[in-house]
Write a protein of this length. Structure first.
Lengths: 404, 404
DNA sequence: CGAAGCTTGTGCGGTAACTGAACTAAGCCC
DNA sequence: GGGCTTAGTTCAGTTACCGCACAAGCTTCG
């Protein structure tokens, strides 16, 4: 009976709203669904039947009776479909098969070179992904979609990279088209930092409305969550903080051609170079982290100073954007608390009390998997989001009209 | 017949969607409405009848025939209800009665002292507003609602000011409650700069998704439009750029207690003080503008330099937020093109090409009325916005799901 | 000038989604 | 075991739509 997989596309429109609700994985009784949605009892019964039939909802044990007949409970069946999520970087990709809740079912890194061009790279990634799929005991038919993160600006709506600095041959390439052709499942693409922001938000901070996620690795970038949604900006270039100019570092040249960029001063690459200058051999962010972990005082000082520089830029962002949480991620964020401490130091000093009184600045919790989580979330939400979010799912503000 | 006024509240739900469409004032035939909404012909006919009955839609002349029976056309009857809009500043308020399209029917400034406390000020404003209402030939029954802009941070959802620096006695005061009690119509409140941003956007730039509006007057503040909607931030403190610290001006004290704030260097108040120091008597932004208009070279130089300072801060905002237009408003923006030129100079130099290639930086077009337009738009949109915006009104991205 | 043709406007029956109420099922408590 | 309470099911009624058929009004062509 349970036709593992069929999407709600052809089903009654209302089931989408129900799915959206139960997606959190909490078991619910029919009565609870009635209360939460405001729909009629019989409507809920019918919807639940439909979803049970499609396999997206599973019946669980009865809940204890509250004085009458004990209710049966239902949970979202996250295993009904799977997502291929890939976070593609300059030199390697993190790939994973996740279920509909974002839980990783299989994962493995893949070495590659983005400069080899889109065809080569995307073939590598999808072939690798299909291997993972079989390893997870699933087939193409189970694939809801593919989520890809790319290390450069992407026009999300079309899935095309736009003037990516480190991805020769990718400019304007129709990534979703190519991937859909290869795998036969819909593909969505976004900038890797955006997806990390989304992943961190959905798995750790989904109750926060406004968030800034900062990735500090070889480069520095950020992703903005506004009103619970990714803010991509008008060119998909939002969050590009790496090349903001630091006033006191005007002499440091940056790979972008300008001088004094944040990235040229505070990125993993910049720190590694500086450490090498000072006699501590370091090439990558990981080397810097290793030195910091080993207690190298020079490194810790440099890391903290990098935090202060990043804090300078973030202070302005906080004033403008007024988030309730700033999450620091990327390889360099693993160098202990010193980076975050440096950021906090400057942000809390520089921004207005009103903007900082409830502001948290924390290390990433999703860690290395943030991008993969985000890619999965992007696909699942895109497939399951009700055409127009019903009232009970909207923001409090929008759901509470002034009635005359 | 035309019961001038009854709201769509009690009407069939679908009429809201129709209203939302025709709100632009363009005359439409039934056939066009069918095409634009995707609803059935008979459905449209019924909806149109309902709206005609409520007075919110008016029949206009027949359109010329296209080979068959000539269609009758309908326009949104913006005169059906009116809005009292007030942009309250430190020393005076701009008040206006507008129709539902935001057209000003009557307006008059009002001198007041915001430090006199909420009861006094709000009584002044509402009494004044009711005077305007009669002058516009309307009564309380015609009032759809009241929109208020206040010169300080406001928690929009509750309408309560939060720690406003220049509004003693207003902290946490229930402004909407008090005003509704006085006038008997629903009231909405927001920060004045937010409303200026909204007004400028709705009247001039409604096709742009992301906008930053900067008000440069006695102080400096900004309002952000993200995805066509106001981004207020988690404390309603978004856009607070006045107290971002300028690195090279660390010695200039600011009224906020810190030093080197943008406002302490580039605001109207700061320029007036500096001009006075240099022997040109000036107290307000208006004085500075007058000097600039008279061709005072010192003033023009100072104004341009102020623009550069503001540009420094905006450059960072552009990198993060990636707007497609930055609008410069507030009293000081009237000092000719020099201010905007200074801003452009720095922003275009400092930000990445991708973010600036389609970025426009322009002077406010709505001018002094921006705040009032915004207040009116806030009320109208709040009253008329369909509970869940139907697909054809959503952003292209959201309306275009990847179909499997 | 009138008939054919096109398009708009209107009224009616059908349909699908949803709901409320009545009814049946399944537990608790005394 | 009998009443009480809550859960699940069935069904008829309501509502919001839509498509279709027909009437109305104008153009055009013969």
């Amino acid at each position: 009976m349970a036709e593992n997989g069929s999407l709600p596309a052809g089903q009654a429109a209302g089931t989408a709203a129900l799915l959206w609700l139960v997606r959190d994985g909490r078991p619910r009784t029919r009565a609870e669904l009635v209360a939460e949605t405001g729909m009629g009892r019989s409507t809920i019964a019918e919807r639940v039947d439909t979803l049970l039939g499609s396999g997206l909802l599973t019946q669980t044990d009865n809940a204890p009776s509250t004085g009458g007949r004990p209710p049966s409970t239902f949970v979202f069946n996250a295993a009904a479909r799977v997502v291929l999520a890939a976070d593609i970087g300059a030199t390697h990709a993190k790939t994973a098969i996740t279920d509909l809740s974002g839980t990783v079912l299989a994962e493995e890194d893949l070495a590659l070179d983005v400069a080899a061009g889109p065809e080569t790279v995307l073939k590598q990634v999808t072939e690798h992904g299909e291997g993972l799929l079989t390893r997870a005991g699933r087939g193409r038919a189970d694939l809801l979609g593919i989520g890809l993160g790319l290390p450069g600006p992407v026009e999300h709506a079309s899935g095309k990279p736009t003037n990516p600095p480190i991805m020769p041959g990718w400019d304007g390439f129709d990534v979703p088209g190519f991937v859909e052709e290869l795998v036969g499942a819909p593909a969505l693409v976004d900038n890797d930092v955006n997806l990390m922001a989304l992943g961190e938000h959905r798995t750790q901070w989904h109750d926060q409305q406004h968030m800034i996620f900062v990735k500090i690795a070889t480069g520095i970038g950020s992703g903005l969550i506004a009103d619970g949604r990714l803010h991509r900006g008008s060119q998909g270039a939002a969050g590009d903080m790496g090349h903001v100019q630091l006033p006191h570092e005007a002499d440091v040249p940056c790979r972008c051609g300008n001088t004094g960029c944040l990235e040229a001063v505070a990125s993993g690459a910049a720190l590694a170079a500086r450490l090498t200058e000072l006699g501590n051999e370091a090439r990558t962010s990981a080397d810097v982290v290793a030195l910091a972990r080993n207690g190298s005082v020079t490194t810790l000082k440099l890391v903290r100073q990098a935090g202060r520089h990043i804090g300078e830029v973030l202070a302005t962002a906080v004033s403008f954007f007024n988030p309730s949480v700033i999450v620091i991620g990327g390889a360099l964020s693993q160098a202990g608390e010193h980076l975050v401490a440096g950021i906090r130091e400057v942000v809390y000093q520089r921004s207005l009390p009103l903007a900082t009184q409830d502001l948290r600045i924390v290390q990433s919790r999703a860690g290395e998997r943030a991008g993969v989580y985000g890619a999965a979330a992007m696909v699942v939400e895109h497939a399951f989001a009700p055409a127009h979010l019903p009232r009970y799912l909207m923001t409090p503000e929008a759901a509470d009209p002034v009635t005359a």
